[in-house]
Design a protein around this ligand. Structure first.
Ligand SMILES: NC(=O)C1=CN([C@@H]2O[C@H](COP(=O)(O)OP(=O)(O)OC[C@H]3O[C@@H](n4cnc5c(N)ncnc54)[C@H](OP(=O)(O)O)[C@@H]3O)[C@@H](O)[C@H]2O)C=CC1
Ligand SMILES: O=C[C@H](O)[C@@H](O)[C@@H](O)[C@H](O)C(=O)O
Length: 287
């Protein structure tokens, strides 16, 4: 079974470098998540990435409990939804209850933007407060910092923060976020953000690393550069992309319900830097 490399966070906790993502798109798919997580755990995955907004925390928690794997060996991430920025503690408790777990390994602010009324950011009726209006992401982060005292969350972090929003947040932090989870792949390397996070000791975590489901996934897989590197190094296009993330020093969560792809995706080249040095010059050239 694959031995997954870990990264050490700025709070001393360790996070597996590769995980399974549970965003099934809109709408739903919650009923498939239980099987996906169980299958992933059986195939060596130890990091599961979910969110309140994915509507499947219950299924994730059930899979963790039914897997027979000790709780402390599994890393569970969930996220504060946009419409709960004004009620962080309550929303966190709801996530804990839905998951049916005693603690959460990593709790992320899903987006910097609070949504006053709407189920999600994609809701056409979403009301987003103007910048500076309460709750700001700074206020929300302060409430997230308080969660650490409950002992029910091991690490706290953010998601979808850019260089600009991160620079706004950092001077107000008592606790520097452990992780910033953002869209990241060779077509979107976010070089400046990576540098800022490295400087501040924040681990960047890649989401939609394969280009998400649908057309964009095909784009990454069909990229001649990625294919050529894969052929040269004996790796599939997905392995090239995911190895690039890990070798670059970013954790990565990819979603797949297909067992053969789970095995493929978790077999990253953690130790050697071959993919990174082959792919990075092309990425830089294309930026
Ligand atoms: N913080 C945030 O705002 C966000 C977080 N995320 C997180 O990141 C996770 C991953 O991102 P996501 O957007 O789901 O997209 P991914 O980039 O992980 O792509 C998923 C798609 O790729 C396919 N796929 C997976 N592995 C392979 C492979 N080896 N070869 C070919 N195709 C493959 C899957 O198909 P199949 O399942 O059929 O095998 C699925 O269609 C999410 O599930 C979620 O946990 C995602 C978006 C935003
Ligand atoms: O994590 C995945 C994405 O962020 C997704 O949860 C959001 O874009 C969501 O569809 C929304 O509308 O807020």
């Amino acid at each position: 079974m694959a031995d997954i490399p870990h990264f050490t966070l700025n709070d001393g906790n360790k996070i597996p470098s590769v995980g399974i993502g549970c965003w099934m798109g809109i709408p739903g798919g919650a009923e498939r998540v239980y099987n996906m997580c169980l299958k992933a755990l059986k195939n060596g995955y130890r990091l599961i990435d979910t969110a309140n907004g994915y509507g499947n925390e219950k299924q994730v928690g059930q899979a963790v409990r039914d897997s027979g794997i000790p709780r402390e060996d599994i890393y569970v991430t969930t996220k504060l939804p946009n419409n709960d920025h004004h009620r962080v503690q309550e929303s966190f408790d709801e996530s804990l209850r839905s998951l049916g777990l005693d603690y959460i390994d990593l709790y992320l602010m899903h987006w910097p933007q609070a949504c006053i009324s709407a189920v999600s950011m994609a809701d056409p009726d979403a009301v987003i407060p103007p910048p500076g209006e309460s709750p700001t992401f700074i206020e929300t982060w302060r409430d997230m910092e308080k969660l650490l005292a409950t002992g029910k969350v091991r690490s706290i972090g953010i998601s979808n923060f850019s260089v600009r929003t991160l620079n706004e947040l950092l001077p107000h932090c008592q606790v520097v976020p452990a992780v910033n989870q953002v869209e990241l792949h060779p077509c979107l390397p976010s070089i400046e953000l990576k540098k800022l996070c490295d400087d501040k000791g924040i681990l960047l975590e890649a989401y939609s690393p394969l280009g998400t489901s649908g057309q964009k996934t095909t784009l990454l897989h069909e990229s001649p550069i990625i294919r050529e590197i894969g052929e040269r190094l004996g790796a599939t296009p997905a392995q090239v992309v995911l190895s690039w993330d890990v070798q670059r020093g970013t954790a990565v969560v990819a979603k797949t319900e297909t067992e053969s792809r789970m095995k493929e995706n978790i077999t990253v080249r953690g130790a050697s830097n071959l993919v990174y040095s082959a792919l990075t010059p092309n990425v830089l050239q294309n930026e």
